[in-house]
Design a protein around this ligand. Structure first.
Ligand code: TRP
Length: 326
């Protein structure tokens, strides 16, 4: 089985769009690949974080992923800051990366231009990400399109290092999912459903109150027709609800269109709301059990042990190749 690795920032909320667009995919990958998943807590401090909520956010994230169906027996799950080799390796790689490369990254340009001043970490962030990846000889890195450039940089760094010091790192490839459906904001179905949206009515979070979720779906923006038909261009609101329904039931778009032939939007929305609420209730129930058990600590201790072992070997090898030995 080929190994894959992905990192998730503990930003506090996970939305239905995250579930449908990426977590579902990871659940499929767990049978196909040897999969490493880690909480990128060191990445999250490139912008200021509240120190009193950071550790809860890490636990919440792990609990939610487990509740969604990420199986700790099939995945190695760990916390980036608990494995010192990530930062150690990052320094070795930083000294093999150019300022020009980092200052050209889209995300750096985007995030730095919004602020008057920013930390050096915002600039060097992709090198830490390269270290995360290169420590484990991974074949693929499943990421969203926004992170593709960072994975490409990791490739460039690996190729450069191998050429300069001898074969050390496996050169990874980004794995951008084509099939993950993009879920749109319920109030404004021309933009993505995003946790940073200013209107909470357009966004469903996995831990939202179930009654609120129902209200949000019933209040979703639609069009002035009455036909439940998939047409992203002219009927983005209805099409978005169809996408949500399809993703949670496994039905096809065609099947959904015929299921609701002759029905009004109220009937359709009620059915979508029932489906989403039932799904979220299941996740919330599991989440509440997991968060108060010792499962999280067991899973993370195990992940720490496995990955520290692997990473220390790779780090020592890279260090020696660069000339650090007695
Ligand atoms: N930068 C990624 C994000 O913001 C998170 C991340 C950190 C990551 N290290 C990684 C993803 C390594 C994949 C592989 O989403």
């Amino acid at each position: 089985m080929e190994r894959i690795l992905t990192g998730l920032q503990p930003t506090g909320v996970i939305t239905l769009a995250n579930y449908i667009g990426s977590i579902k995919q990871m659940i499929e990958y767990q049978d196909k690949y040897e999969s490493f998943i880690f909480v990128a807590d060191l990445h999250s401090i490139t912008i200021p974080q509240d120190k009193d909520t950071l550790s809860n956010r890490i636990r919440d994230l792990v609990a939610l992923y487990l509740a969604c169906g990420i199986d700790p027996k099939k995945n190695t799950i760990f916390v980036q800051s608990e494995n010192v080799y990530h930062t150690n390796m990052s320094w070795l790689l930083e000294c093999n990366t150019y300022y020009g490369e980092l200052s050209r990254m889209h995300q750096f340009k985007e995030k730095s231009k919004k602020q008057e001043s920013f930390t050096a970490g915002l600039l060097t962030y992709p090198v830490l990400m390269a270290a995360d990846i290169l420590l484990y000889d991974v074949k693929y890195v499943p990421v969203g399109i926004d992170q593709k450039q960072h994975v490409e940089l990791a490739r460039d760094i690996a190729i450069r290092f191998n050429k300069k010091y001898g074969d050390t790192f496996r050169v990874p490839e980004p794995l951008i999912s084509e099939s993950g459906t993009k879920i749109l904001d319920l109030c404004n179905p021309t933009k993505k459903m995003s946790k940073s949206s200013d209107n909470p009515k357009g966004v469903i979070k996995l831990l939202d109150n179930i009654n609120d979720v129902r209200k949000k779906i019933m209040g979703a923006t639609t069009d002035s027709e009455t036909v439940v038909k998939y047409d992203m261009e002219n009927k983005p609101g209805i099409s978005n609800l169809i996408n949500i329904y399809v993703s949670l039931t496994g039905k096809t778009i065609k099947e959904v269109e015929s299921e609701f032939e002759g029905c009004n939007y109220g009937t359709f929305k009620t059915k979508v709301a029932d489906t989403v609420c039932e799904f979220l209730e299941g996740i919330q129930k599991k989440y509440n059990e997991i968060i108060k058990s010792d499962i999280i600590d067991k899973v993370l201790d195990n992940g720490k042990e496995i990955t520290t072992n692997l990473a220390s070997k790779k780090y020592e090898d890279a260090k020696k190749k660069m000339g650090f030995y007695r």
